[in-house]
Design a protein around this ligand. Sequence first.
Ligand code: ADP
Ligand code: SF4
Length: 689
Amino acid sequence: MRDARYDILFEPLAIGPVTAPNRFYQVPHCNGMGRKFPNAMIGMRETKAEGGWGIVATEQCDFHITSDIEPYTETNMWDSGDELYLGRMVEVVHRHGSLASIELAHSGQDAGNLYSREIPIGPAHRPVSAMHHPIQARAMDLSDIADYRRWHRRAALRARDTGFDMVVVYAGHNNTVPGQFFYKRHNDRSDAYGGVLENRLRLLRELIEDTKEAVGDTMAVVVRMAVDELMGPDGLEWQNEGRDAIAILAELPDLWDVTIGNWANDSQTSRFAAEGYQEDYVAFVKQVTSKPVAIVGRYTSPDAMVSAIRRGVTDLIGAARPSIADPFLPRKVEEGRIDDIRECIGCNICAAWNNLSAPSRCTQNPTFGEEWRRGWHPETIARAAKTSRILIVGAGPAGLEAARTAGLAGHHVTLAEASEELGGRVSREARLPGLAEWMRVRDYRVGQISRMANVETFRESRLDVGHILESGVDHVALATGASWRADGVGLSLREAPPVTGGTPLLSPDDIMDGRRPPDGPVIVFDDDGYTMASVIAEQMVTEGRETCFVTPAPLVAPWTEHTLEQEVIEERLDRLGVTILVRHTLVAVDGGEAAFHDSLARRERRITCSGVISVTARLPNDALWHALNGNADLEKAGICSVTRIGDCYGPGLIAAAVYQGHRYVRDLEAPVDPDGLPFRRERHVIEAT
Ligand code: ADP
Ligand code: SF4
């Protein structure tokens, strides 16, 4: 049963004409499914409602063809055809007693309109900001503004007819028309919609009033808005126009949903921001309005949630990522199962997939996006029809997730780990600067299996072929991980560069194992492009080393653009005094120097160093697999299957290892035809000619 100190999270809240059943608000969030994978999106939203989120919102829903953000996959309300899938989402959300909310969006000067081929519109003649398109938005005149208001009103009416309970007028994140009118730097108009703050807020005020007049009798009208952009005086600051804007419009909407902008600031990773990081910027809002307020801040702890409400910072706990990592978070609080909460680790892999226009995936929740496609539920798995004895070798994210899932399914599980510590790569990587919250991947799973009587864990148990053949199990899962290469081979270098003269070439594993180059300046060579090289560079600086970060890419850690971190990583390295060299590829390490090829100047450059740490690629630790695959003794030992999972099968992200650990158990129950498709596909309807 729920602890009384969390009661406040379950108090209903009147929001205009509707009442939220509790304080858990799944805010609008992109997911890469939307209109292109609508069944997946619907399944995912239903799971949130089932898990107890009192309000479940759509992602950005573009309401006119002049707001076409192809190739990103959001939802649309362009015509009545969209009501089909949006209506279905409403239906499944209502099925669980939650309110359905829709975020009406128009990206204005952020929309390239690549599909619709409409000329983008905005407050001023400006190049389109998204993706450096060579396309300009044209300044809206008064008749455009009248059209715009009509389109918005019509979309609100459609939303009402579709069954939504709440409609969001979206002025947040620097990427929608009312926000673009509001920001000084985007609005150079001299008419009634430009100049003083009241004028720049005019369009937003009109949209709120139009929406209230059209649907306000039955739907709650929400305003989602950023109040600070973390740009100092160059952008919006909460102490100035952020505060004034809310004060001016204070009583107009039924709910204020306030954030910081842009999206990268709103969804900061745990490397750069802790739980509740938005409070400093948004805490004032409740002092200037009598209307309810919602905030976000990657809240995963019910105590922090209660505290934010009791301190008068917010009324609703908004969550995107915590609701992705654990769609059942509210239910777990209600049922007094706090230890079962699967906390978001703040890695932004979910955002990355969306930014790559692919259905979102989550490191912590391997079932996210698989609810419809594979019928996976985040909390339950059918009890195995036939209970098996399963040996899992290696307790990294793949092995731990396989053990947890197999335990849930009722199998008898033996988990053997070579080292004293569980967690594999997660335990190692989470000790690098800024990645401490990644440990939650381990801690959640270790906590779960420690309470399962049918899962036995053995530490300091390095298994060899003999142990496995003697184990007496039915199935073996090899989750023995991967090791970083120390020879520089990777994306850019297909052959190892020569290393001579005693200057070492080290790998990230060497660093995590405590090995270091001799005293002197170090070079971190990054041909991986994700996060590892930058945290190792940070570690080296922390240890007082002069550090140079070299990469063949044109940017530091280019893949982290997808996790919304690239700029802050580059900035942090620069602030720490790391020398940054882009477009340089390692050629040789030779007696106190490393040689690089500068691909821009097309010349060689030599840099003095005591060692190079190369972050390039990994190789699977699959010796056991090679010894067991096709081994004639398996049959005699009664072992039906040996399967590689996680990094041992193919080195990748932690998210991939968790997913494979989970999938291994699901597939064991319902074997998949190796020549068939393992999941349902979304199908387009082909018009008859
Ligand atoms: P993944 O990401 O696929 O889970 P990790 O590298 O994180 O892989 O974890 C692999 C784990 O397997 C490590 O903790 C390692 O100590 C363990 N391991 C490797 N070989 C053996 C073995 N022969 N017996 C038991 N454990 C092993
Ligand atoms: Fe959180 Fe990472 Fe999952 Fe996103 S992918 S919800 S940031 S754990």
